[in-house]
Design a protein around this ligand. Structure first.
Ligand code: CTP
Ligand code: MG
Length: 181
């Protein structure tokens, strides 16, 4: 696969993992997952991880995967690349893994004394990708092996922090998010 096809595949296949966090920012609020509980004097997760944000984020990511499946032949033709489609297990594992990765990162942030909204460079940019990939590998191993070639994985690890900084910076400038990370 050439570079352009690798990059197109990487972005396409990760869209159901990229969108949930942004959907959670728009949909978040309500009861926090940790119910306000603390551990060692610090919140377990914090008020920034809510049931509603997590549920809606996961559903939006899965719905996006269904849309991508529907437009996959046309999109592949348009860019001249055989773009992958998403088996049902991956449609759920990618967005659920993205949400779980973000939640685990908040757990680590609270354990290391970082308040809600504090930055944790690299963890903020890659938490959701690592866990989304891990869950996809567990839930749909054959599809994962076919789709995530070494080149696609490298493209994801390079492009994701860039896309994350750009989208969160934009959400901050639009007043949708309190911090630009
Ligand atoms: N959000 C949510 N549920 C999630 C993830 C995010 O409701 N599982 C919403 C919350 O309103 C949150 C906002 O999206 O405040 C921004 O998400 P994020 O930056 O991940 O959370 P922070 O508030 O910065 O908290 P943390 O320090 O724990 O990351
Ligand atoms: Mg944050």
């Amino acid at each position: 696969m050439g570079l352009a096809a690798t990059v197109a595949t990487a972005v396409w296949v990760m869209l159901p993992a990229y969108v949930p966090n942004n959907a959670a920012v728009l949909a978040g609020g309500g009861r926090p997952i940790d119910g306000g509980r603390t551990w060692g004097g610090k919140r377990v997760l914090g008020d920034g991880k809510t049931w509603r944000g997590t549920a809606i984020g996961t559903l939006v990511g899965a719905a996006l995967a269904a849309v991508l499946n529907a437009v996959q032949p046309a999109a592949g033709d348009a860019v001249g690349v055989a773009l992958p489609s998403f088996p049902p297990a991956a449609m759920l594992a990618l967005p659920a893994g993205a949400m779980l990765g973000d939640i685990l990162a908040s757990f680590l942030k609270r354990r290391t004394g970082r308040e809600r909204g504090a930055a944790f460079p690299l963890l903020d940019q890659l938490d959701f990708v690592v866990v989304a990939l891990a869950l996809a590998a567990i839930a749909a191993p054959a599809w994962f092996g076919d789709t995530f070639t070494l080149g696609v994985l490298v493209a994801i690890l390079v492009l994701t922090p860039l896309l994350h900084v750009l989208t969160n910076g934009a959400a901050y400038l639009l007043g949708l998010k309190n911090e630009p990370w």
